[in-house]
Write a protein that binds this ligand. Structure first.
Ligand code: TXA
Ligand code: MG
Length: 343
């Protein structure tokens, strides 16, 4: 298949948009930019198109997809028993990096919900994404546009590397602003539950919702237990190189890494200001520790660079905290398979 790459500066004129919209409506696959990460878009009504998403990504069938809409009215077409809290959240944070899990009306392709009676819905704030959804005139299923297990794509080159010749269009929208995927909150149960931390923070959710549970999938490895968000149980975002988080004081971390570097070749993924402490390692930095936004924006592209270091192991410095830190911590810990060394 020939993939048409639409460059960022070529304004998405009406004709191109119409073409892409029609391609989607007819069952094609389109990589589109969003404010979080690039998405691999398909017509959510079309069984074959949705099944192609799973094929192209190598995605396990039991991991449901998020449906993207550009118009609030669509929510009622797709979901039932919508609680007031969903409207409140939509008013505050849509369009934006927030996904709500709600009871499904079951009008979409079955594999989107992977057998659950709920559906995950989000309205992206990226204008190009919304223009594409509108042009398609259908709800759009869109997981992150990476091969399953690889770090999510935040620049068009990541999508080209993973999906060139497997999709009809790749639309360049520049670097993704948020850099980590949307927050997923489940509103289908008695108490709202955070399933995945992201661009809308836990604190922003509790401001609107009051009490919000946090799924254990957010904080720990869940390889074998039943989960409300199936996607959270898989190893994710991972380079081929083994990544281990090294937690604790930076001097002790540096000492530990130095010792390790006598036995094996070592890489380090750390904050800008810590670079100077890791002498015997190949170092990649991903932003200042006091700038969580920047850490979120950089994390996935830096994780993609890790294999290029050609080292036996990479020790990563991971922020902890609330707000956006929670999302960065979650993604990095998942990339490390929750392997943590305390020094
Ligand atoms: O920011 C994002 O959300 C990006 C962009 C492209 O919009 N999309 C994205 O999709 O991250 P994906 O497929 O990589 O992640 C979807 C997550 C998975 O963790 C999945 O398990 C969860 O949403 N999910 C989807 N439907 C669900 C449902 N009905 N119940 C619980 N979790 C669900
Ligand atoms: Mg993903």
């Amino acid at each position: 298949m020939i993939t048409k790459v639409i460059p960022i500066n070529e304004n998405l004129n009406k004709n191109t948009l119409e073409e892409i919209g029609e391609c989607l409506r007819r069952g094609g696959l389109v990589v589109m930019p969003t404010e979080t990460v690039y998405g691999l878009a398909a017509n959510a009504y079309d069984d074959d198109a949705v099944s192609n998403i799973f094929k192209v990504k190598g995605r396990p069938q039991d991991n449901p997809l998020i449906v993207h809409i550009a118009d609030l009215d669509e929510l009622e077409r797709l979901c039932c028993d919508i609680p007031q809290s969903a409207y409140k959240l939509a008013k505050m944070y849509w369009p934006g990096p927030l996904t709500m899990v709600l009871k499904s009306k079951n009008i979409l392709s079955k594999s989107i919900s992977a057998g659950l009676d709920t559906v995950a819905v989000r309205m992206p704030s990226n204008e190009v994404a919304r223009a594409i959804i509108k042009a398609s005139k259908v709800p759009i299923a869109a997981p992150s546009a990476n091969i399953s297990g690889r770090p999510s794509p935040t620049e068009v080159i990541h999508c080209i590397n993973d999906l060139n010749e497997k999709v009809d269009y790749i639309v360049d929208g520049g670097r993704c602003n948020v850099g980590v995927e949307s927050t997923v909150v489940d509103l289908s149960g008695a108490t709202p539950c955070l399933l995945r931390p992201g661009g809308i923070t836990y604190e922003q959710l509790t401001e609107v919702l009051g009490k919000v549970d946090i799924s254990s999938a957010v904080t720990g490895s869940l390889m074998n237990s039943p989960v409300r968000s199936p996607g959270m149980k898989y190893r994710h975002y991972a380079p081929n190189t083994k990544v281990v988080i090294i937690r604790g004081d930076k001097d002790k971390a540096a000492e530990y890494v130095l010792k390790q570097s006598e036995k094996q070749s070592v890489g380090v993924l750390c904050f800008d200001e810590e670079k100077v402490f890791f002498h015997n390692a190949k170092v990649i930095t991903y932003g200042r520790m006091d700038d969580p936004q920047q850490l979120a924006q950089n994390l996935f592209s830096k994780l993609r660079q890790v294999d290029g270091l050609n080292v036996d192991i990479v020790f990563a410095r991971c922020p902890e905290g609330d707000g956006i830190y929670r999302a960065v911590e979650n993604r990095l810990k998942k990339a490390a398979g929750f392997n943590i060394i305390d020094v």
